[in-house]
Design a protein around this ligand. Structure first.
Ligand SMILES: Nc1ncnc2c1ncn2[C@@H]1O[C@H](COP(=O)(O)OP(=O)(O)OP(=O)(O)O)[C@@H](O)[C@H]1O
Ligand SMILES: [Mg+2]
Length: 247
């Protein structure tokens, strides 16, 4: 099982949009896929019409990975399951750390998932905490959407510094361009010189992505022919190529 984390320190730049659409594409291609909504906002759960808060912050959840596996929900789509966001204010993260179990529990949990899934895609929070460090050590790729906003560059540089400081694998970081209107602005040219190895694919600024929030369906359902859907398919191809190269 390959683990892909959608992360980034700058909010509102398309992490959930990527997690939702990439998981939809993976499932459509026939890969058994789990989307884990680890954000407090529960946006990915909402977009897939799966209820958040299916469990109370019950510490017995951590007694055995099977207890968390049992909370996974099916979706309206073949090959796609969802582990919805937990209860507000007492999320999974806090639960794990209150009991000091994260280091042992998460590897056991992902090992259990690997029996069922080809891909685990995580819609992560913007935080840089111990949970994130443990997840990164288990992961294969951390995809980081970046708009041309200079604050995104600043956020990416700080994320890179965090990787360096914690001896995390820098080559797992895969930034990609999101919400691009004009692909030849000064800001974008500057970004390209400062951020190495940006994938060729850019996700355009596209009204379909906003419509997704009202429709609560991935692009492949209602805008399969749109440039944005095509870009996510290309990005997925680039991600798979990266993952194969790393094997
Ligand atoms: N390429 C795009 N073009 C236009 N709108 C977009 C695009 N990508 C995402 N959006 C919209 O921008 C908003 C933020 O996107 P999204 O929720 O995916 O970002 P996020 O990084 O997950 O944000 P948060 O910090 O809230 O978790 C959403 O309303 C989404 O529909
Ligand atoms: Mg989000």
């Amino acid at each position: 099982m390959k683990i892909i984390i959608c992360h980034g320190l700058k909010g509102g730049v398309g992490r959930t949009a990527a997690a939702v659409n990439l998981s939809a594409i993976a499932a459509q291609e026939g890969y058994s896929t789990l989307l884990w909504d680890l954000s407090a906002q529960a946006a990915a759960s909402y977009l897939y019409r799966v209820d958040a808060h299916p469990y109370s912050a019950d510490e017995s959840l951590l007694e055995h990975p099977g207890k968390l596996v049992a909370l996974i929900k099916g979706s309206d789509y073949a090959n796609l399951d969802l582990l919805p966001a937990g209860p507000v204010g007492d999320d999974f993260n806090r639960l794990l750390f209150r009991r000091g179990k994260a280091k042992d529990f998460l590897p056991a949990f992902t090992t259990a998932l690997a029996r069922e899934y080809d891909y685990l895609i995580i819609d992560a929070a913007t935080t840089l905490d111990e949970l994130f460090v443990i997840l990164v050590r288990l992961a294969d790729l951390i995809i980081v959407p970046m708009t041309e906003d200079p604050l995104c560059l600043q956020a990416f540089q700080r994320l890179s510094d965090f990787f360096l400081a914690n001896a995390l694998p820098m080559h797992f970081l895969m930034p990609f361009l999101q919400m691009i209107e004009d692909d030849n602005t000064l800001a974008l040219r500057r970004l390209r010189t400062l951020v190495p190895a940006l994938p060729a694919t850019m996700i355009p600024l596209a009204p379909e992505l906003r419509q997704m929030n009202a429709r609560r369906e991935p692009l492949r359902v209602f805008a399969a022919e749109s440039p944005a859907a095509g870009s996510f398919a290309m990005l997925w191809w680039e991600i798979r190529t990266r993952l194969q190269e790393d094997v």
